[in-house]
Design a protein around this ligand. Sequence first.
Ligand SMILES: NC(=O)c1ccc[n+]([C@@H]2O[C@H](COP(=O)([O-])OP(=O)(O)OC[C@H]3O[C@@H](n4cnc5c(N)ncnc54)[C@H](OP(=O)(O)O)[C@@H]3O)[C@@H](O)[C@H]2O)c1
Length: 318
Amino acid sequence: MESRTPVASVLEPWLRLENKVVMVTGASSGLGREFCLDLAKAGCRVIAAARRLDRLQSLCEEINNMIGSSSSSNEPGKDQAIAVAVELDVSASGSSIEACVQKAWDAFGRIDALINNAGIRGLAATEVTEADRGERCVSGRGTAQRASGGRVHTSLDLLEKEWNDTIGTNLTGTWLVSKYVCMRMCDTKQGGSIVNISSLAGLERPLPPGTLAYACSKVAINTLTKVMALELGAYNIRVNAISPGIFKSEITEGLFQKNWLKKIEQKTIPLRTFGTSDPALTSLIRYLIHNSSDHVTGNIFIVDAGNTLPGVPIFSSL
Ligand SMILES: NC(=O)c1ccc[n+]([C@@H]2O[C@H](COP(=O)([O-])OP(=O)(O)OC[C@H]3O[C@@H](n4cnc5c(N)ncnc54)[C@H](OP(=O)(O)O)[C@@H]3O)[C@@H](O)[C@H]2O)c1
């Protein structure tokens, strides 16, 4: 984003987002971390939220040092934090989430945009107990489909707690964080922009086997996006979703280590590259926060380099 020419910054006014306050969930790694860094560079104040507070704090330190050292002494940023960390578990109860949202709101006195990015694809191996393994074996029918980290299982092997965790984090969490942020946006009559990070698994294009809970959560996020856009338009709150293709992060770590992935990229991806989340996703997020997108709401933006167009699903289990 920084390498854009001055002409681009005139033609694309959303490259600068001075003093917008943006809350990003799932900011401790992967895409969320990238979004925070990019938004801070664009001039935003950033509220970085997730469970791993140590990671958030080091991210905020990096941002505050970066912005502080690049601003002149009379600009905001020299003596004021640009980024703050807020510990947030989006799978917690509504009342806990509300308290975290209040803390986030109070950090800068408002929130102009919320990026609902926190998400999981299944249980981490360390979260699966012996009893869970037994439950999978008892089913014995749905052979586990190994994906990025071997965490994906067919509908017959899926554990109930895996389903609940995935739906609770990806879907209920997105709704509850949005609910409490939007309530405050409505009360203050300031409007705002909500961006939900969905997935190709949420589209009616490829339906990857072995991702039942994840795909259901992302399909539902797309519906949530449209219904909330419909209901909140009257309050000048816009709600959109982004369905990213495949980008490097903790979730896709294992996938990017597969040798065949390079071949798929070169032979089947229409643009011949998966691209990188910055600028592929960050430029769209900047646009959706900026007033240039004032009339854009209820959309699902696919950013996948054409990945899903050929109609051949790129299974992570290949
Ligand atoms: N990377 C891709 O190719 C890709 C493609 C399509 C969609 N996506 C979506 O993009 C989003 C980000 O994924 P990523 O690829 O960047 O994965 P990632 O590196 O694993 O990041 C996931 C983030 O979500 C946070 N998170 C998980 N559970 C949480 C909870 N209960 N409460 C609060 N935060 C929680 C994690 O932070 P803590 O563990 O610190 O809480 C982490 O920061 C997800 O919604 C994912 O479905 C990614």
